[in-house]
Ligand binder design. Structure first.
Ligand code: KG4
Ligand code: ZN
Length: 342
């Protein structure tokens, strides 16, 4: 007898991507429609919440229709509807939450609330099955967290950023280099053309915790550029980018690998928008290969590192199996933290 097909229709609208996906059994993407708003926000140098909400309203129904059509399924085939309900921009989250509720209500389907950050981690399921316990490094525009997962759906934050998130630091120094928001990808490309000549600080590297701090690095970078401007000196942009990136990578890899060793895990997941960074991906592969035991590195493919609904469907499937459903009073929670329910 063939295995039952569990199909989840998932929604993601926490920031500046409207996305709807259909996922089979938690690890197979039947469709993953992503409508990005980046062009509308670029000229403001960051995401404008009001503009984001309006775009979500315009795009979400079309994305849902496209996701269903591309997956070639009907609403009767679905097992559940899932949605990101936090963390994120409240107005943006509400659009996804209401769309998911409407479909769940109309088609008598269970509604699964998903934490956006859990979604980023579960994007790794599309690469290979997760084995617990594992460590996940979550690096995005709003978060830099080291997460210990003892089992599926259980998240313990063991390290966090004290100030700026890694992606936020990329976007801020990118601006100083004249690069449009979001700057991460271009800074990464520029970094590959330069060398680490500026020796920027490696914050909190020696400290006995798993926390991160990137605002000192950001300030050192900005001060270096301002000082050079004042005295009319021209600095090498590629070397600046390479030096910034080397500092970020050193700190992220050193702390994460220490956690991998101290928590005795065999799998490391690196996820979130900044996990698309080529320097970071290569550095993790290299440094893990130097360990005396094998640690499996799972980094989602580039298109699944940024915000998307496929990852929400992957995370939702874990909750589906535990029957963690919400009622139609589900609300957006912009500051949602990781919680765990057995
Ligand atoms: O996860 P994400 O798409 O959205 C949030 O949930 O925040 O992450 C977006 C962040 C932005 O700050 C962007 O600059 C950064 O990810 N990013 C990168 C790269 N690609 C995107 N940062 C460094 N290197 C990259 N290649
Ligand atoms: Zn994200």
């Amino acid at each position: 007898m063939s295995e039952k097909r569990e199909l989840i229709l998932s929604f993601e609208s926490s920031c500046d991507e409207t996305s709807v996906a259909v996922i089979e059994n938690g690890d197979k993407i039947l469709s993953n429609i992503i409508a990005t708003q980046i062009d509308s926000h670029k000229r403001f140098g960051g995401v404008v919440p009001e503009v984001a909400s309006r775009h979500h309203v315009e795009a979400i129904t079309i994305c849902a229709q496209e996701a269903m059509a591309a997956a070639n399924v009907t609403y009767r085939d679905l097992s559940a509807v899932a949605v990101t309900y936090g963390p994120g921009l409240v107005g943006s989250l509400l659009i996804g939450v209401n769309a998911a509720k409407a479909i769940a209500y109309a088609h008598h389907l269970p509604l699964i609330p998903v934490n956006h950050m859990a979604g980023h981690i579960y994007a790794a399921r599309f690469v290979k099955p997760l084995k617990y316990p594992l460590i996940a490094l979550l690096v995005s525009g709003g978060h830099t967290e080291l997460v210990y997962m003892r089992k599926a759906g259980e998240f313990e934050i063991i390290g966090d950023t004290r100030d700026d998130a890694a992606g936020e630091a990329y976007d801020k120094i990118g601006r100083v280099l004249g690069i449009n928001y979001p700057a991460g990808k271009e800074v990464d490309e520029l970094a590959h053309q330069g060398h680490d000549t500026f020796n920027f600080p490696r914050a909190m590297l020696k400290e006995d915790n798993y926390d991160f701090s990137f605002s000192g690095l950001k300030s050192a970078f900005i001060n270096t550029v301002h000082h050079a401007n004042q005295i009319g000196e021209q600095l090498n942009r590629a070397d600046l980018a390479a030096s910034f990136q080397a500092s970020v990578i050193d700190v992220l890899t050193a702390k994460t690998i220490r956690a991998v060793n101290e928590y005795h895990v065999d799998q490391l997941v690196v996820a979130g928008g900044v996990a698309a960074n080529h320097g970071l991906r290569d550095a993790f592969a290299q440094r893990l290969s130097e360990l005396d035991h094998h640690v499996d590195l799972i980094v989602p493919p580039l298109r699944l590192c940024g915000d998307n609904a496929a990852m929400i469907g992957a995370a939702a499937h874990i909750e589906y199996q535990k029957h963690h459903f919400a009622d139609l009073y589900l609300n957006a929670d912009p500051n949602l933290e990781f919680t765990y329910q057995a």
